[in-house]
Design a protein. Structure first.
Length: 394
């Protein structure tokens, strides 16, 4: 169940906007002058689907409509405060009208709260506000050494979280390995010889396994000596040996497949971040013990240490890392992610690359994006993804 269009009438008592979402490309960009309601639209949508009724009533509008790809339509219609007594409940100062298809009569879904909550459960949504993230970055001064609620602490928290995710996958890998290794001899005996696999094909399978293992080592999921036996290259292979090796290859493929999803996400995060960090001679790596590992490849006369802490990252670098981590690891697949003005913390050079990075993330993480921006550097030549918010016709 996906949202295909949102519209609002009488926003701030002035504006009417219709925003069709790009269902194929999965990225929709809304742009327009300040004060036309870009942020307000994101907040109304987020507040409704998160059942934050008090927030839903803080922005003035006449009607807010959400249309889904299965033809369900939701109309949110605020009531005048004078009529609030007609709607029991602390925050029920609006109507929610709902139809199951285009031809059915609109009904008051407020009378069926269980149906409303069930519908909301089918839509995962996450609002990422760049200004909120920026405000969490502390101003460094001699008087202020405490960094509570800072971006630094968020980076550290996400680093610890990723380490736990990596360790959990490694334990899963170890459990599967133990189970397969225990039954390996008996499965060799029971395995029927296969004439369909040539020696050359078997060698190719070993090469693929080694490539996969090297990839997992590179993102910190496996140690360099972990399963080093996979590097064995079969030379002269008789039928009995081939039979054993085929079982071995199948087992290794099952073991390593445990890491497939998390490895792809770490790889993409590493590629994007290191592309950004290169200008300041920094890079990020990963380990299942520490999570993020920051280093510098600049030979400084002030320090011999190559290891950096999260505090050594600029606020922009911290923000970029937190934003990308949230998209890759904190958001559920099939979610609609609302991103408000990402350019606020992005260098112009990073803005140019942002949409390309975002497209890779949406494909890997299976997300839809609705983004509000002022920046033509972010949009680049993809005006086909944009919806302009316009004022009243003069």
């Amino acid at each position: 169940m996906r949202i295909k269009q949102i519209s609002v009438n009488g926003l701030f008592g002035i504006f009417d906007h219709v925003i069709p979402l790009n269902m194929d490309e999965r990225i929709t960009i809304i742009h327009g002058p300040n004060g036309f309601g870009k942020t307000a639209i994101l907040r109304i949508l987020n507040s409704f689907l998160k059942s934050r009724d008090s927030e839903l009533l803080t922005i003035p509008y006449k009607n807010f409509r959400i249309e889904f790809d299965d033809d369900i339509i939701i109309d949110i219609i605020p009531n005048n405060v004078d009529n609030a007594e007609d709607f029991p409940g602390e925050f029920k100062r609006y109507n929610i009208l709902f139809n199951l298809d285009k031809n059915s009569k609109m009904v008051d879904l407020q009378q069926k709260p269980e149906s409303l909550e069930e519908l909301k459960k089918n839509i995962n949504i996450r609002l990422i506000e760049s200004q909120r993230l920026l405000n969490s970055v502390p101003k460094r001064s001699r008087r202020q050494s405490a960094e509570t609620h800072s971006m630094v602490s968020t980076v550290s928290a996400y680093s610890d979280e990723l380490a736990r995710l990596m360790q959990r996958k490694f334990r899963e890998y170890a459990t599967i390995s133990e189970s397969l290794d225990r039954t390996f001899p008996i499965r060799i005996v029971k395995h029927k010889p296969s004439a369909d696999v040539s020696n050359e094909q078997l060698r190719h399978k070993f090469s693929e396994l080694e490539a996969t293992r090297s990839r997992l080592v590179a993102v910190g999921l496996l140690d360099k000596d972990e399963n080093s036996e996979v590097q064995i290259q079969p030379q002269d292979i008789d039928e009995s040996t081939k039979n054993a090796l085929l079982v071995y290859v199948e087992d290794m493929e099952k073991k390593l497949s445990v890491f497939a999803e998390i490895a792809s996400k770490i790889e993409l995060l590493k590629k994007i971040i290191n592309n950004k960090f290169a200008y300041s001679y920094k890079e990020i790596n990963f380990s299942k013990e520490k999570g993020f590992i920051f280093t510098t490849f600049y030979n400084s006369s002030l320090s011999n240490s190559k290891t950096l802490s999260a505090m050594d990252l600029s606020s922009g670098e911290q923000h970029e890392l937190v934003l990308l981590y949230e998209l890759l690891f904190k958001v559920q697949p099939k979610s609609l992610v609302l991103i408000d003005e990402p350019e606020l913390s992005l260098h112009v050079g990073w803005q140019v690359q942002f949409l390309k990075d975002l497209r890779e993330i949406t494909q890997l993480a299976d997300l839809d994006i609705l983004m509000a921006t002022h920046s033509p550097d972010i949009i680049q030549d993809r005006w086909d993804l944009t919806v302009e918010l316009k004022g009243l016709e003069k």
